[in-house]
Design a binder for this molecule. Structure first.
Ligand SMILES: *[C@@H]1O[C@H](CO)[C@@H](O)[C@H](O)[C@H]1NC(C)=O
Ligand SMILES: *[C@@H]1O[C@H](CO)[C@@H](O)[C@H](O)[C@H]1NC(C)=O
Ligand SMILES: *[C@@H]1O[C@H](CO)[C@@H](O)[C@H](O)[C@H]1NC(C)=O
Ligand SMILES: *[C@@H]1O[C@H](CO)[C@@H](O)[C@H](O)[C@H]1NC(C)=O
Length: 210
Protein backbone atom coordinates (compact mmCIF):
# COMPACT_ATOMS: atom_id res chain seq x y z
CA UNK A 1 0.00 0.00 0.00
CA UNK A 2 1.62 3.17 -1.25
CA UNK A 3 0.53 5.31 1.63
CA UNK A 4 2.96 3.53 3.90
CA UNK A 5 5.80 4.88 1.82
CA UNK A 6 4.73 8.44 2.29
CA UNK A 7 6.56 10.74 4.63
CA UNK A 8 5.33 10.75 8.20
CA UNK A 9 5.20 14.47 8.21
CA UNK A 10 5.82 17.10 5.64
CA UNK A 11 5.54 20.68 4.84
CA UNK A 12 5.57 22.43 1.55
CA UNK A 13 5.51 25.92 0.31
CA UNK A 14 6.47 27.77 -2.79
CA UNK A 15 6.01 31.37 -3.46
CA UNK A 16 8.36 33.28 -5.63
CA UNK A 17 9.83 36.44 -4.27
CA UNK A 18 7.99 38.24 -7.05
CA UNK A 19 4.61 36.61 -6.55
CA UNK A 20 3.52 39.61 -4.60
CA UNK A 21 -0.16 39.04 -5.20
CA UNK A 22 -0.13 35.99 -2.97
CA UNK A 23 0.94 36.11 0.64
CA UNK A 24 3.23 33.32 1.79
CA UNK A 25 1.24 30.65 3.54
CA UNK A 26 2.81 27.59 4.99
CA UNK A 27 1.12 24.29 5.54
CA UNK A 28 2.52 21.73 7.86
CA UNK A 29 0.75 18.41 8.00
CA UNK A 30 1.55 15.77 10.54
CA UNK A 31 0.30 12.26 10.85
CA UNK A 32 0.53 9.83 13.73
CA UNK A 33 3.96 8.50 14.54
CA UNK A 34 5.32 5.66 12.47
CA UNK A 35 8.51 3.61 12.70
CA UNK A 36 11.68 5.68 12.32
CA UNK A 37 13.18 5.61 8.85
CA UNK A 38 16.93 5.36 8.32
CA UNK A 39 18.52 8.68 7.42
CA UNK A 40 19.03 8.74 3.67
CA UNK A 41 22.51 9.24 2.21
CA UNK A 42 20.84 11.73 -0.14
CA UNK A 43 20.62 14.01 2.92
CA UNK A 44 23.81 13.15 4.76
CA UNK A 45 26.25 13.32 1.82
CA UNK A 46 26.79 16.69 0.09
CA UNK A 47 27.51 15.10 -3.27
CA UNK A 48 24.58 12.67 -3.08
CA UNK A 49 22.29 15.54 -2.10
CA UNK A 50 23.43 17.69 -5.04
CA UNK A 51 23.14 14.79 -7.48
CA UNK A 52 19.68 13.80 -6.25
CA UNK A 53 18.33 17.37 -6.29
CA UNK A 54 19.67 18.13 -9.76
CA UNK A 55 18.50 14.82 -11.21
CA UNK A 56 15.00 15.21 -9.77
CA UNK A 57 14.62 18.78 -11.00
CA UNK A 58 15.96 17.93 -14.46
CA UNK A 59 13.64 14.93 -14.73
CA UNK A 60 10.63 17.26 -14.54
CA UNK A 61 12.23 19.95 -16.66
CA UNK A 62 12.92 17.52 -19.48
CA UNK A 63 9.30 16.38 -19.51
CA UNK A 64 8.22 20.03 -19.78
CA UNK A 65 10.81 20.95 -22.40
CA UNK A 66 12.94 23.14 -20.18
CA UNK A 67 16.73 22.96 -20.28
CA UNK A 68 18.63 21.22 -17.49
CA UNK A 69 19.56 23.31 -14.46
CA UNK A 70 23.15 23.54 -13.29
CA UNK A 71 24.22 23.65 -9.65
CA UNK A 72 24.77 27.16 -8.35
CA UNK A 73 27.09 27.08 -5.36
CA UNK A 74 26.35 30.67 -4.37
CA UNK A 75 22.65 29.82 -4.18
CA UNK A 76 23.45 26.55 -2.39
CA UNK A 77 25.37 28.39 0.33
CA UNK A 78 22.54 30.85 0.79
CA UNK A 79 19.99 28.02 0.91
CA UNK A 80 22.04 26.06 3.46
CA UNK A 81 22.35 29.11 5.63
CA UNK A 82 18.59 29.75 5.54
CA UNK A 83 17.79 26.08 6.18
CA UNK A 84 20.07 26.26 9.20
CA UNK A 85 17.56 28.52 10.97
CA UNK A 86 14.86 25.82 10.77
CA UNK A 87 12.32 28.60 10.19
CA UNK A 88 9.75 27.31 7.74
CA UNK A 89 9.10 30.44 5.78
CA UNK A 90 10.56 32.32 2.87
CA UNK A 91 13.87 34.04 3.23
CA UNK A 92 12.85 37.05 1.15
CA UNK A 93 15.95 36.83 -1.05
CA UNK A 94 16.27 37.77 -4.73
CA UNK A 95 15.95 34.23 -6.12
CA UNK A 96 12.95 31.93 -6.55
CA UNK A 97 12.62 29.65 -3.53
CA UNK A 98 10.98 26.30 -2.77
CA UNK A 99 10.78 24.82 0.72
CA UNK A 100 10.04 21.29 1.91
CA UNK A 101 10.42 19.44 5.17
CA UNK A 102 9.76 16.04 6.62
CA UNK A 103 10.53 13.85 3.62
CA UNK A 104 12.42 10.58 3.84
CA UNK A 105 14.94 11.42 1.16
CA UNK A 106 15.98 14.25 -1.13
CA UNK A 107 14.10 13.11 -4.24
CA UNK A 108 10.81 12.83 -2.41
CA UNK A 109 10.38 16.54 -1.83
CA UNK A 110 11.06 17.34 -5.48
CA UNK A 111 8.58 14.67 -6.55
CA UNK A 112 5.94 16.27 -4.36
CA UNK A 113 6.69 19.63 -5.98
CA UNK A 114 6.68 18.15 -9.49
CA UNK A 115 3.44 16.25 -8.99
CA UNK A 116 1.62 19.49 -8.35
CA UNK A 117 1.39 19.51 -12.15
CA UNK A 118 -1.64 17.25 -11.76
CA UNK A 119 -3.44 20.30 -10.37
CA UNK A 120 -2.13 22.93 -12.78
CA UNK A 121 -4.88 24.59 -14.79
CA UNK A 122 -3.44 24.64 -18.30
CA UNK A 123 -6.49 26.57 -19.49
CA UNK A 124 -5.67 29.36 -17.02
CA UNK A 125 -1.89 29.60 -16.68
CA UNK A 126 -0.70 31.54 -13.66
CA UNK A 127 0.45 31.41 -10.07
CA UNK A 128 -1.34 29.48 -7.35
CA UNK A 129 -0.28 28.30 -3.92
CA UNK A 130 -1.21 24.76 -4.92
CA UNK A 131 1.07 24.62 -7.97
CA UNK A 132 3.77 27.21 -7.28
CA UNK A 133 6.52 24.70 -6.54
CA UNK A 134 5.86 22.92 -9.81
CA UNK A 135 5.87 26.08 -11.92
CA UNK A 136 9.21 27.11 -10.39
CA UNK A 137 10.75 23.67 -10.95
CA UNK A 138 9.99 23.69 -14.70
CA UNK A 139 10.25 27.46 -15.33
CA UNK A 140 12.13 27.74 -18.62
CA UNK A 141 13.99 30.96 -17.89
CA UNK A 142 15.54 29.53 -14.73
CA UNK A 143 19.01 28.16 -15.42
CA UNK A 144 20.52 27.26 -12.07
CA UNK A 145 19.53 25.91 -8.69
CA UNK A 146 21.29 25.60 -5.37
CA UNK A 147 19.80 23.79 -2.40
CA UNK A 148 20.69 23.26 1.23
CA UNK A 149 19.26 21.16 4.04
CA UNK A 150 19.32 20.86 7.79
CA UNK A 151 18.11 18.14 10.13
CA UNK A 152 15.64 20.30 12.08
CA UNK A 153 13.79 17.31 13.55
CA UNK A 154 11.01 19.41 14.99
CA UNK A 155 13.03 22.49 15.87
CA UNK A 156 10.73 25.48 15.50
CA UNK A 157 8.06 22.97 14.38
CA UNK A 158 9.98 22.10 11.22
CA UNK A 159 9.85 18.32 10.82
CA UNK A 160 12.72 16.04 9.75
CA UNK A 161 15.09 17.37 7.15
CA UNK A 162 14.34 20.89 5.99
CA UNK A 163 15.22 21.48 2.33
CA UNK A 164 15.54 24.93 0.77
CA UNK A 165 16.16 25.52 -2.96
CA UNK A 166 17.03 28.81 -4.63
CA UNK A 167 16.36 29.38 -8.34
CA UNK A 168 18.11 31.84 -10.62
CA UNK A 169 16.80 33.67 -12.57
CA UNK A 170 13.67 33.40 -10.45
CA UNK A 171 10.46 31.87 -11.79
CA UNK A 172 6.82 32.50 -10.89
CA UNK A 173 7.01 35.97 -12.35
CA UNK A 174 3.50 37.43 -12.17
CA UNK A 175 1.90 40.29 -14.04
CA UNK A 176 1.25 41.27 -17.62
CA UNK A 177 -1.76 38.99 -18.01
CA UNK A 178 0.25 35.95 -16.89
CA UNK A 179 2.28 36.16 -20.07
CA UNK A 180 5.35 34.90 -18.21
CA UNK A 181 3.56 31.75 -17.13
CA UNK A 182 2.42 31.11 -20.69
CA UNK A 183 5.98 31.49 -21.95
CA UNK A 184 7.80 29.67 -19.18
CA UNK A 185 5.62 26.78 -18.04
CA UNK A 186 5.19 24.29 -20.84
CA UNK A 187 2.88 21.34 -21.06
CA UNK A 188 4.51 17.94 -20.95
CA UNK A 189 6.25 17.06 -24.18
CA UNK A 190 6.93 13.54 -22.93
CA UNK A 191 5.78 11.21 -20.17
CA UNK A 192 2.65 11.26 -18.04
CA UNK A 193 1.63 13.61 -15.28
CA UNK A 194 1.98 10.80 -12.72
CA UNK A 195 5.65 10.13 -13.59
CA UNK A 196 8.03 10.45 -10.64
CA UNK A 197 11.74 10.18 -10.09
CA UNK A 198 11.75 7.16 -7.77
CA UNK A 199 10.90 8.58 -4.46
CA UNK A 200 7.94 6.56 -3.26
CA UNK A 201 5.66 9.60 -3.60
CA UNK A 202 3.25 8.36 -6.24
CA UNK A 203 0.61 10.98 -6.47
CA UNK A 204 0.28 14.60 -5.51
CA UNK A 205 -3.31 13.99 -4.56
CA UNK A 206 -2.59 11.00 -2.35
CA UNK A 207 0.75 12.21 -1.13
CA UNK A 208 -0.56 14.90 1.12
CA UNK A 209 -3.68 16.79 1.83
CA UNK A 210 -5.10 20.00 0.46
C1 LIG B 1 11.10 22.34 -27.08
O1 LIG B 1 11.46 23.71 -27.12
C2 LIG B 1 12.18 24.10 -28.25
C3 LIG B 1 12.51 25.57 -28.12
O2 LIG B 1 13.22 25.80 -26.95
C4 LIG B 1 11.39 23.83 -29.53
O3 LIG B 1 12.17 24.13 -30.66
C5 LIG B 1 10.97 22.37 -29.56
O4 LIG B 1 10.11 22.16 -30.66
C6 LIG B 1 10.25 21.99 -28.28
N1 LIG B 1 9.96 20.57 -28.30
C7 LIG B 1 8.73 20.09 -28.26
C8 LIG B 1 8.60 18.60 -28.28
O5 LIG B 1 7.76 20.82 -28.19
C1 LIG C 1 23.95 31.94 -8.99
O1 LIG C 1 22.90 32.48 -8.20
C2 LIG C 1 23.18 33.80 -7.75
C3 LIG C 1 22.04 34.14 -6.82
O2 LIG C 1 22.02 33.21 -5.75
C4 LIG C 1 23.29 34.71 -8.93
O3 LIG C 1 23.60 36.02 -8.49
C5 LIG C 1 24.37 34.21 -9.86
O4 LIG C 1 24.39 35.01 -11.02
C6 LIG C 1 24.10 32.78 -10.25
N1 LIG C 1 25.18 32.25 -11.07
C7 LIG C 1 24.96 31.62 -12.20
C8 LIG C 1 26.16 31.10 -12.92
O5 LIG C 1 23.82 31.44 -12.64
C1 LIG D 1 14.91 35.75 -17.88
O1 LIG D 1 16.25 35.77 -17.46
C2 LIG D 1 16.98 36.93 -17.79
C3 LIG D 1 18.40 36.73 -17.31
O2 LIG D 1 18.94 35.56 -17.87
C4 LIG D 1 16.35 38.15 -17.15
O3 LIG D 1 17.04 39.31 -17.55
C5 LIG D 1 14.89 38.24 -17.57
O4 LIG D 1 14.27 39.28 -16.84
C6 LIG D 1 14.18 36.94 -17.28
N1 LIG D 1 12.83 37.00 -17.82
C7 LIG D 1 11.79 36.57 -17.13
C8 LIG D 1 10.47 36.69 -17.78
O5 LIG D 1 11.87 36.09 -16.01
C1 LIG E 1 13.31 7.50 -1.09
O1 LIG E 1 12.46 6.91 -0.11
C2 LIG E 1 11.44 6.09 -0.68
C3 LIG E 1 10.47 5.70 0.44
O2 LIG E 1 11.15 5.20 1.55
C4 LIG E 1 12.08 4.91 -1.40
O3 LIG E 1 11.08 4.14 -2.02
C5 LIG E 1 13.04 5.44 -2.47
O4 LIG E 1 13.74 4.37 -3.07
C6 LIG E 1 14.03 6.42 -1.86
N1 LIG E 1 14.82 7.01 -2.91
C7 LIG E 1 16.09 7.30 -2.76
C8 LIG E 1 16.78 7.95 -3.93
O5 LIG E 1 16.70 7.08 -1.72
Amino acid sequence: MQLHLLPTSLALLAVSHRALASPAVSTITRTATSPPVPTSTSFTSDSAFETAMLAAHNFYRKEHNASALTWNSTSAKYAASWAGNCVFKHSGGPTGENLAAGYTNASQGVDAWGLERESYDWAKPGFSEATGHFTQVVWRNTTSVGCGRTACEGRDDTPGFYVVCEYYPPGNVVGDGNRFFVDNVWRQVEGRDTDTVESGVTSFARGWGS
